[in-house]
Write a new protein. Structure first.
Length: 321
């Protein structure tokens, strides 16, 4: 925990999911804190040259804020990772108070990704028998009310959705309310682009690809299918992408790498963090102009899970085009 350079703000411990948002003078990077009881989220402001201009808190009073996702209307969905966890919609500028969105379900939330074509939000669940969800708000841009569906299927191929009857108040967890709900071994990152929602599962080192246009499920990566040596990508976790179609997948453990999956399916290491062997890479996000990549080592060199450490980095491009 150190002060953000050029400010008087102390950056939070255990940084997790993150995203960038454009501003009138540059951009803002937001980051969750996966610390119990005092988790929440913070933000760093940058000017057009990439210089830090501010740092501040945007969410308080929440716990174990893991990943999340950005909305098309410029808010950050901060997700709590516990059995009754909520999604909290926050303002990256800090000007408006955060609001919990209980209609999106109470479960071990991990990440969220918005699909502006179908006007839904996809959600992952960090359980060994977790599910993949779709939230459809009654009004696009207002997440206070809507319906929560769960994905049904038996593997890759055609899939369908069914409504979760009691997403907010339940005796039976959301993942067990619908017969035939497809199980995923530890849902993690979630990223939508061009009709495809990519999401990762850490228990089996897979990157899934849900084609929303055809309602089919496929695999973009599976370490069990790698032949001829050690798989390049293990411990799959947070995921993001570029406008050119490349995916960037962060590792929880593994070699502490961010791996690239190119648009033609090549998987290769992009960067590695040395000396942080008991940590995980979190929060990868590109600046709006694509010139900078931000990410964190959640537990830093100490590897302390309780959260008193953590480092957030900036990598300057140019990146692959």
């Amino acid at each position: 925990m150190q002060r953000v350079e050029g400010t008087r703000y102390t950056w939070h411990a255990a940084p997790d999911g993150g995203a960038c948002f454009p501003t009138a003078t540059g951009w803002t990077y937001v980051s969750n804190s996966e610390v119990p009881i005092v988790g929440g989220a913070s933000a760093i402001g940058f000017d057009a040259t990439g210089k830090v201009t501010s740092a501040y808190r945007i969410l308080n009073g929440t716990t174990l804020n893991c990943a999340g996702g950005a909305t098309p209307w410029g808010t950050w969905l901060s997700c709590e990772e516990h059995d009754l966890g909520l999604v909290h919609e926050t303002d990256p500028t800090g000007a408006t108070s955060a609001r919990s969105r209980s209609a999106m379900g109470r479960f071990k939330h991990e990440a969220a990704a918005c699909d502006p074509v179908r006007k839904v939000v996809y959600l992952t669940e960090d359980q060994s028998d977790g599910c993949f969800y779709r939230f459809t708000p009654f009004t696009w841009g207002d997440l206070s009310k809507g319906t929560l569906d769960v994905l049904l299927g038996s593997g890759t191929g055609p899939v369908r959705w069914a409504r979760v009857p009691n997403p907010e108040v339940w005796l039976t967890p959301t993942r067990n309310q619908v017969t035939g709900a497809m199980r995923f071994d530890g849902g993690e990152g979630c990223y939508y682009t061009n009709n495809i929602c990519y999401f990762t599962t850490k228990g089996d080192n897979r990157v899934w690809a849900y084609d929303a246009a055809s309602a089919t499920l496929d695999l973009a990566y599976d370490d069990d299918l790698v032949t001829g040596g050690t798989p390049p990508l293990t411990g799959v976790d947070n995921i993001t992408g570029t406008a050119t179609g490349d995916l960037y997948v962060a590792e929880d453990g593994g070699n502490m790498e961010i791996n690239i999956i190119t648009s033609n399916g090549i998987v290769a290491p992009f960067l590695r963090v040395l000396g942080h062997d008991k940590s995980e890479i979190t929060g990868p996000a590109f600046s709006p102009d694509g010139s900078r990549l931000y990410f964190s080592s959640q537990r830093g060199k100490s590897g302390f899970i309780g959260g008193t450490d953590g480092h957030t980095y900036e990598v300057t491009g140019p990146f692959r085009r």
